[in-house]
Write a protein that binds this ligand. Structure first.
Ligand code: SAM
Ligand code: SF4
Length: 335
């Protein structure tokens, strides 16, 4: 008798195979579109331990998750985070997972790149919104550009492929986007551009920062030939290839074009809260069932119940009178 494959199917027939895990809400940067300068973080006692995060991830793997992305806050500032990567590596070795990956601001990559490669990470996303040192400091408030550049070099040296994530912010980096793409493609890195999403108070007005990528794309088209590509990573980006550079460019456009119909992903925070949609507040507490029993039956049941109410989609709009659309910051769920 052959067993049916274990899988999670939501009410709209979408197979959920991709889990994003925010391992901390803390960060060593304060990017202006993401956080306010003065943030209140979760008390440490509310956090799942790394052992609990591993148990939770493994419960999801048993339910059919094939890809895990570790994110934050800044995941590499969580103390002893390599423990989690080392634990997850066993699911790569067994073939239960296709991929473990990471989204990082790059600040700690110089010291972690080699160890991450040893844990089976093959490609990671690094966020970079400018190539100008002073502007980098303005955007990140606390970041050091040279440290991030050294981190990128170390990861490439360790054989990890890098995709740059660049948030397009009107009046901040709109004049620089082509240069960032040329820089990345010249070093064998893909780039994905992201529209600013209305998540959490930041002290800035999102309506002023919002730059539709349709506008960016039009401008890039006057410099380069953008060829439609059917390349897909299982994420929400749509890709083109730039004929002149040979590199790939992705667009994530949650506002001007949402991507919910093919959504295969869920997100869990460092407190064990499961969000079925980035743009909705509905969530499920998995920490209580995780801690209530040593076995995984309770948490598995809570996961099933939550997947049964994954919403059809989000309804982000940037509205001056109604912002932010979602009160939690991106650093809670990790984007
Ligand atoms: N700290 C890591 C980093 O910056 O890559 C991981 C977490 S960060 C929240 C993940 C991604 O979300 C980054 O690429 C960041 O630029 C993006 N991001 C943060 N706030 C955003 C917002 N309001 N709208 C769009 N993207 C945002
Ligand atoms: Fe930190 Fe990433 Fe948010 Fe910037 S985008 S403040 S690096 S979590």
């Amino acid at each position: 008798m052959s067993l049916a494959p274990v899988e999670m199917i939501d009410p709209f027939g979408r197979r959920v195979t991709y889990l994003r895990v925010s391992v901390t809400d803390r960060c060593d940067f304060r990017c202006t579109y993401c956080m306010s300068e003065d943030m209140t973080f979760l008390p440490r006692r509310d956090l799942l331990t790394l052992e609990e995060l591993d148990r939770l991830c493994s419960a999801f793997v048993a339910k059919g998750i094939r890809k895990i992305r570790i994110t934050g806050g800044e995941p590499l500032v969580r103390k002893n985070i390599l423990f989690l990567f080392r634990q997850l590596a066993r699911h790569l070795s067994s073939g239960a997972l296709d991929e473990v990956t990471l989204t990082t601001n790059g600040s700690q990559l110089n010291r972690f790149a080699g160890a991450l490669a040893d844990c089976g990470l093959k490609r990671i996303n690094v966020s970079l919104d400018t190539l100008d040192r002073d502007r980098f400091r303005e955007i990140t408030r606390w970041g050091d550009f040279d440290q991030v550049m050294a981190g990128i070099a170390a990861a490439q040296q360790a054989g990890i492929a890098i995709k740059l994530n660049t948030v397009a912010v009107r009046g901040v980096n709109d004049g620089e986007i082509a240069d960032i793409i040329a820089f990345a493609h010249g070093r064998g890195m893909d780039v994905t551009l992201i529209e600013t999403m209305p998540m959490g108070e930041t002290g800035s007005t999102r309506a002023d920062q919002y730059l539709p990528l349709s506008e960016v794309r039009e401008r890039l088209g006057t410099r380069w030939t953008l060829e439609e590509s059917d390349y897909a990573t299982g994420g929400p980006a749509r890709y083109v290839t730039i004929r002149e550079t040979g590199g790939r460019l992705g667009f994530i456009t949650p506002l001007s074009h949402n991507f919910c119909e093919s959504c295969n992903r869920i997100r869990v925070t460092c407190t064990g809260t499961l969000y079925m949609c980035l743009g909705q507040d509905d969530a499920a507490d998995l920490r209580t069932p995780l801690r209530a029993s040593e076995g995984d039956d309770l948490v598995a049941a809570a996961i099933d119940e939550a997947i049964g109410r994954k919403p059809e989609g989000h309804d982000f709009v940037i509205d001056r009178d109604r912002e932010p659309a979602v009160s939690r910051h991106m650093s809670v769920t990790g984007g």
